[in-house]
Design a protein around this ligand. Structure first.
Ligand code: IPM
Ligand code: MG
Length: 361
């Protein structure tokens, strides 16, 4: 039996992971994979139940599993808490404890959704990029950190810190991914200001020597952000640190039409992988069955591919999602202003994907 841990989290997390799990079970079943699920708390839900955003028991449960399907964490109820006890800390801790340093965020555009982008169709058609974000280092984790309130002025500090081996291993993931794609890597940095970025330039350049077939380009992150909206199709693989990757991956996601469509995988050296939609907990629409479950469903596809070695089952899910969109079904986030189209709820969209999966075996 393959053990999958589901961490639904907060906001729309529970509703979308439920649909992700249904699609996962259906696709796995059709390919002869038996899955065994354990559900546990993370984020605000865990704070409410246990006073901490992630318990040691849940970390142990995740360590013992093959893969984790996660929803989202956070919401206004916990916004007043200090940084180190907020829901987000649970997510950061699980990434760090399992050393999930490689965050893969593919941004592709489904043909049926080209019009949903805020950019013109001719700019959007055919976008197919992969943001490879370093996930366990940099500004998010560097010490010292904190707010000092003792002097005449309140002073806050965070530390951006990377060791060469951390840069090297994420860069290798980026180049290996590029070898399976269009063989281009764009490293985004701020080396005109930051020493950390200068070290990235050095190490990325060294790793590139092992991949003579891959074209490498270094791009300042500010102009890179600009090119992402000007000409997103020029990008194949983007590799960058934790903070820049957080920002650029939302941007990359949005140019494809909706943040509600983008899945992600967080991987370490072998071992367990964590899969989650890139969108957040969207507390404003939680519990109303209107959220878009497709990013969670596509995260289940990434889980099948990267953790269960079942690329055909993963492809079934992607094909099923494309077929549902081609048939004209849209969740609220995908309906254009002024467009007259019935809106499909979260459960109903999950039903459609499952029906599509069942029809194709
Ligand atoms: C993401 C999110 C998280 C991050 C938050 C919720 C801590 O924005 O996965 O992109 O910043 O990494
Ligand atoms: Mg983010």
């Amino acid at each position: 039996m393959t053990r999958i841990v589901v961490l639904p989290g907060d906001g729309i997390g529970p509703e979308v992971t439920l649909q992700g799990r249904r699609a996962l079970v259906c696709a796995a079943d059709r390919h002869g994979l038996a899955l065994d699920f354990e559900e546990a708390l993370i984020g605000g839900a865990s704070i409410d139940a246990h006073g901490t955003p992630l318990t040691d028991e849940v970390v142990a449960l995740c360590r013992d599993s093959q893969a984790i399907l996660l929803g989202a964490v956070g919401g206004p109820r916990w916004d007043d808490l200090a940084v180190d006890v907020r829901p987000e800390k649970g997510l950061l801790r699980i990434r760090r404890e399992l050393e999930l340093f490689a965050n893969l965020r593919p941004a592709t555009v489904f043909p049926a959704l080209v019009a949903a982008s805020s950019l013109r169709p001719e700019i959007v058609e055919g976008i197919d990029m992969l943001v490879v974000r370093e996930l366990t280092g940099g500004l998010y984790f560097g010490e010292p950190r904190g707010i000092d309130r003792n002097g005449p002025h309140r002073v806050a500090r965070n530390t951006m810190l990377y060791a060469d081996y951390e840069i090297e291993r994420i860069t290798r993931v980026a180049f290996e991914s590029a070898m399976r794609r269009r063989r281009q890597v764009c490293h985004m940095h701020k080396a005109n200001v930051l020493e950390v970025s200068q070290l990235w330039m050095e190490v990325v350049g060294e790793v590139a020597k092992d991949f003579p077939d891959v074209a490498l380009d270094h791009q300042l992150v500010d102009s890179g952000a600009m090119f992402l909206v000007k000409d997103p199709r020029r990008f194949d693989v983007i590799v960058t640190g934790n903070m820049f990757g957080d920002i650029l991956s939302d941007e990359a996601a949005m140019v494809t039409g909706s943040l509600g469509m983008l899945p992600s995988a967080s991987l370490g050296e072998g071992g367990v992988g964590l899969y989650e939609p890139v969108h957040g907990s969207a507390p404003d629409i939680a519990g109303r069955d209107v959220a878009n479950p497709l990013a969670a469903i596509l995260s289940a596809a990434m889980l099948l591919e990267h953790s269960l070695d079942a690329p055909a089952a993963a492809q079934d899910i992607r094909d099923a999602v494309a077929a549902v969109l081609d048939a004209g079904h849209r969740s609220a986030d995908l309906v254009l202003p002024g467009e007259r189209r019935p809106v499909v709820g979260c459960t109903a969209l999950g039903d459609l994907v499952v029906a599509e999966l069942e029809a194709r075996a």
